[in-house]
Design a protein. Structure first.
Length: 198
């Protein structure tokens, strides 16, 4: 994982995100409780504030957090509190090339040609698959990433390759990939930023 500083605009959006959600309310007693706790403590003593948590469609949770510098992090953990991925959101991993890698969906109603319409979730899926360098893979779980309007909302996509490897991707409706991590064995204890993921 490469650590970079958030661009100024993204940093300001992150501040808005934190202000919009505040600390994750009601995490106690929810299905996400163990995942939220594990993700908040995963950075080996560095403070992290949970923002929101959502079901990942695979029996685990995706937890969004901010750190003391207002950097935004995406954590994947299970109900036993084991962390599988922990990535900082800092830049479009496709460097703006994603829009040229996705195919618009044409909705033709009665057979008459109309403007191409892009399904936002399908755009995110295709951007994630493009980031795999043409390996393709099968989407095994997907959905809205849970972020609010203060941040560019996007989608999570889990992809399984023919080799049996699983990847977690976070992408936006305009084909930007913000996080990409291999989901394998749980990360070691204690987890420190910069350690290999998966």
């Amino acid at each position: 994982m490469h650590i970079k500083t958030l661009p100024l605009v993204a940093g300001l959006c992150t501040l808005g995100l934190t202000a919009g959600f505040g600390p994750l309310a009601g995490a106690k007693g929810t299905p996400h409780e163990a995942a939220v706790k594990a993700c908040a403590q995963a950075r080996d003593g560095a403070p992290a504030t949970p923002v929101t948590a959502i079901a990942d469609g695979r029996g685990g949770s995706l937890v969004w957090l901010t750190d003391a510098e207002t950097n935004l992090w995406l954590c994947s953990a299970d109900a036993d509190g084991q962390v599988y991925a922990y990535d900082m959101i800092f830049d479009d991993l496709l460097a703006g090339a994603g829009a040229g890698l996705v195919k618009p969906i044409v909705i033709d109603g009665d057979g008459a040609p109309i403007e191409p319409v892009q399904d936002p979730l399908l755009v995110a899926e295709q951007a994630c698959q493009a980031y795999l360098d043409g390996e393709g893979g099968t989407v095994v779980s997907k959905g809205a990433d849970g972020l609010n309007a203060n941040w560019l909302p996007g989608y999570f996509v889990f992809i399984e390759t023919e080799a049996g490897e699983t990847y977690l991707c976070n992408a936006t409706p305009n084909a930007q990939v913000w996080a990409f991590a291999r989901i394998g064995e749980p990360l070691g204890e204690p987890f420190k930023p910069g350690n290999p993921v998966g």
